[in-house]
Design a protein around this ligand. Sequence first.
Ligand code: T5A
Length: 216
Amino acid sequence: MSVARFIVLEGVEGAGKTTQIRLLSSWLDALGVEYVTAREPGGTEVGEAIRGLLLAHREEGVPDEAELLLMLAARAAFVRRVVRPALEAGRVVLADRFDLSTFAYQGYGRGLDLDAVARMNAFATGGLRPDAELVLDLPASAGAARQAQEGSEADRIENEGTGFLERVREGYRELAAERADAHLIDALDTPEGVQRRLRELLSGLFPETFAVREGS
Ligand code: T5A
């Protein structure tokens, strides 16, 4: 039986996705599980170039439809160049965002039609779905406060403000309630507490993948 799994971390800005992927990587190293990590938009040469286009500040702004199509163009490359090859090689993929971000940001945040987003997303992914979507949930203002404390400069999407990001958060909560593979996790806990919860969840869902390998 293949132990390859496609695991996605989701949530608003500053929810702790990067932090948790780093901690999950240490866990997988200790278990002797082979994995790759990647972020979206990004993860490939073309995806990183699109990320630069999307997150830079633009005087003219970016029409919502153009934003959606660019996110999906990056995803098409990500699926074909990173996710499918890794899964076929029997590796775990730990992704920082995937299609739930598109539903939450471009659907709930920007107000684009969710059915249209779903159709175009299915074309971009070729129907590939994550095995688990771990949604780190916290008020958008708390995520923004973490980022402010970090001192990082806000990108174009973060600059949309807390009203936009609260719609995104509500979107995540609704989507997580609808999707069987999505799990809502309280991200206000400490990084260690969140990590403990994620490990428990993954070990329970996929015991054959997240178990100690012989020789490790
Ligand atoms: N986007 C993306 C779309 O609109 N549509 C799409 O389809 C896709 C794929 C990507 C942007 O693109 C948008 C969404 C985004 O706007 P990004 O940089 O990948 O941008 O996403 P961000 O969420 O902005 O990434 P961040 O790195 O800022 O947030 P993280 O990864 O969630 O948070 P992290 O781990 O970097 O932590 C942030 C700070 O909080 C601290 C950390 O030390 C750090 O300082 N922290 C905690 N503090 C207290 N308690 C905890 N539990 C903490 N966990 C972390």
